[in-house]
Write a protein that binds this ligand. Structure first.
Ligand code: ZN
Length: 192
């Protein structure tokens, strides 16, 4: 099932997401992960976090393989549940990031090169990954979503002011995008 992607401006994107309880039988994480991958692929994304489909819970999926050139490295598809960023290290470097919730905007974001992240997989086994380069960056971007942080939050005040109009257009649904999205409900009438 393909979910609509939440657009910039919806409050769910600014929330700190809740931990998923293993005992919560009302949540089928396997089915949800399948749906999240389907939603992500339909939008040509390499990562998708649960708040982006309006679920403020700590889960994201990644398939970074389209961004990896080296055939031998093409094994980068994972589901992350209740992830904890243990360490970020190395040089910081800039890269132009985009986000399915903020279509048609790409901006340079500086991040640490190397990360160590701990999380649970779909079978509730604890996993730890050490990643660098583009793989680390994709994970950092998605991990940020679970903290209510968007890549635009890292931009300078000047850059933010430049983008203000375009971001407002996204929130109003005033954009052309070829996947399904949901937009914030805006108050249409002001006070008389
Ligand atoms: Zn994003």
């Amino acid at each position: 099932m393909i979910y609509p992607v939440v657009a910039y401006g919806m409050s769910v994107l600014k929330k700190k997401c809740a931990e998923i309880l293993k005992s919560d039988k009302s949540l089928d994480i396997k089915k949800l992960s399948e749906d999240m991958f389907e939603t992500m692929y339909a939008a040509d994304g390499v990562g998708l976090a649960a708040p982006q489909i309006n679920l403020p819970i700590q889960m994201f999926v990644i398939d970074g393989n389209p961004m990896i050139d080296d055939e031998e490295e093409k094994d980068f598809k994972h589901v992350f549940i209740n992830p904890v960023m243990v360490e970020e290290s190395g040089e910081r470097w800039e890269y132009e990031e985009g986000c399915l919730s903020i279509p048609n905007i790409r901006e340079e974001v500086e991040r640490f090169d190397t990360i160590k992240i701990r999380y649970f997989d779909l079978d509730w086994n604890e996993q730890e990954l050490v990643l660098d380069g583009i793989k680390a960056r994709i994970v950092q971007h998605e991990y940020d979503h679970l903290q209510g942080v968007l890549f635009t939050d890292y931009l300078s005040g000047f850059k933010k002011r430049l983008l203000k109009g375009r971001l407002a257009k996204i929130s109003k649904g005033n954009i052309s995008v070829d996947y399904k999205m949901i937009f914030p409900v805006l108050k249409k009438r002001g006070r008389r």
